[in-house]
Design a protein around this ligand. Structure first.
Ligand SMILES: Nc1ncnc2c1ncn2[C@@H]1O[C@H](COP(=O)(O)OP(=O)(O)OP(=O)(O)O)[C@@H](O)[C@H]1O
Length: 177
């Protein structure tokens, strides 16, 4: 089974994916590293620009039929059996990205994306099987337990569990208005 773990930068994809892969005994694949290794995409400044079709095509060829947890904000474009969209209060995203030294512009862009469900909407356009998990106030272990529990129960779709419009006022200072 191919499980894609996606979400806004800083939401905790890498932390959760590694732990999830370990618990399931699946291979962990970081999509950015995979793209670099395969020579997919082009560096634009310090960002890797990837053609999603090319990424999905290569990934399918290399991993079809294998048990893999694919980690990356483009993972929902893969032909995955299940897409996990991690969510976090946009204020948390802002704090984490600020700590990483992101520019105001990049920080604002990502906080806005989390606020208005950009990745969730994209994932739902690409895949039937989308599970949203709110990581806010949970440890990575708790998040992984929640995912494992949903998989065990055979849940294939669970969306619409967060509404960040409630925290709009709190994140207003970070937005590029
Ligand atoms: N419940 C949680 N789940 C995942 N990460 C969490 C959680 N709580 C706190 N964190 C922390 O949030 C940070 C998330 O970083 P991580 O690199 O995993 O995010 P990411 O989504 O993979 O980011 P990027 O897309 O930029 O690589 C880590 O420092 C992690 O310890």
């Amino acid at each position: 089974m191919i499980i894609a773990v996606t979400g806004t930068p800083g939401v905790g994809k890498t932390t959760v994916s590694k732990l999830l892969a370990e618990r399931l005994g699946y291979e962990y694949v970081n999509l950015r590293d995979y793209a670099v290794e395969r020579g997919i995409g082009e560096m634009k400044g310090d960002e890797l620009e990837v053609e999603v079709d090319e990424l999905a095509y290569n990934f399918e060829r290399d991993f079809k039929g294998k048990n893999v947890v694919a980690d990356g904000h483009l993972s929902h474009f893969l032909n995955a059996d299940l897409v996990i969209v991690l969510r976090a209060n946009p204020k948390l995203i802002a704090e984490r990205l600020k700590e990483r030294g992101y520019s105001r512009e990049k920080l604002g862009e990502n906080v806005e994306a989390e606020l208005v469900d950009v990745i969730l909407v994209e994932a739902l356009e690409e895949n039937e099987n989308v599970i949203e998990v709110d990581t806010t106030g949970k440890t990575p272990e708790e998040v992984v337990e929640e995912i494992l529990d949903l998989i065990r129960k055979g849940v294939k779709k669970r969306v619409g569990i967060v509404d960040w419009s409630k925290v709009y006022d709190e994140v207003l200072p970070y937005l590029r208005l």
